[in-house]
Design a protein. Sequence first.
Length: 426
Amino acid sequence: RDAQEKCRRMDRTDRTAHFLICASISCSLRSCKLTADCCGDLSSVLSTNQFLTDLDLTANEVRDTGVQLLCEGLKHQNCKLQRLSLKSCKVSDDGCTDLAAALRTSQSLTELDLSYNHYLRDPGVQLLLTFDFLCVFIHVLYVKWPLSGFITTVPFRQLSHFFAFMSCRLNYCNITHVSCKDLAAVLKTSQRLIELDMGINELQESGVQLLCEALKHPNCRLQRLGLGLCRLTTACCGDLSSALSTSQTLAELNLQDNRLEDSGVQLLCEALKHPNCKLQKIKLRDCHLTAACCGDLSSVLSTSQTLSELNLKHNKLEDSGVQLLCEGLKHPHCKLQKLKLTNCDLTAACCGDLSSVLSTRQTLTELDLRNNKLEDSGMRLLCEVLKHPNCKLQNLSAWIPALDPPNFAPKAKNREPLMCSLVAFY
């Protein structure tokens, strides 16, 4: 960070970079107007400095000629660099040839960020992925080139080393159900992959079905799965339910922005109540839900011994739905800690039920009620219960238009100061 500030003060000249990072472990040179001219010096640093582990060159015109120079340093036996960011550095397929050679040699590099390089195309990516990997992780999060061709020509089943890392994010990579068969094969064999985010890809039901079969495999160790905005419907919920009731490791599931509807969530709830289900967090934001599924969710809350976070934002649950949820929240077996009900068409009518929960529950610590028409009367009920000695709430988020904050931040007589923070938006 200090190097970055110094570099900016010194007119961002290329030659300063070499001297500024000699004693650094981590060096960020983002947007410093560097060019390929400084990369020879940086390469020299990489080949001599055994302490530098993190180098960020984001948003500099390094280009392929600069990458070629950097790779000479990366291949040196003294280089200990673990993370290199070449994000938005105008790297093309030619640069990937040198990077591929460096990755074959490097014993330390575990993370390479090549996102937002608009000149990069399928051939360049294939160069990085088709050899026997010694590196652990190639970061392709939010890449802007289409990967559909690369996925077809380089099947996931051939990339077992590529998936030797612990976290894989493939959001918005034009992946379809066609790739899920090979990805499922990876899930069945990888013992290290614990996080997979496939959000904003058109996987559809057929793709999810293949993934769910892999989740049930005894070798699968996945803990977090992201399927947000993947054009899923009720039809996939049976497979997801089966996977949830079988997997011994899956703890977080993101299904937000999919049209699951009440019938789909009802199927999921059957699995969430299963004693084998280990899920701790589930996101069901904007899944076209209504009060009709809240009875099933309430049953989950009163049964599950693991569920600690439930996100129901942007669903038309209304007061009647929250009333049903509150029955489950008051159950002594309920372990829920965080409940998010932003923009759920709630009014002051549900605040009495919520107040009852807050005065009895020993686990709920976070409640999000933003973008609901609770009005003054509803907020007064909620603020009154914050004084209750049994209330363990630490964060209450609500939209309170035109109210005086001091009137709505009560101090409990028998509670420690700052036990609860009231977050209001005016």
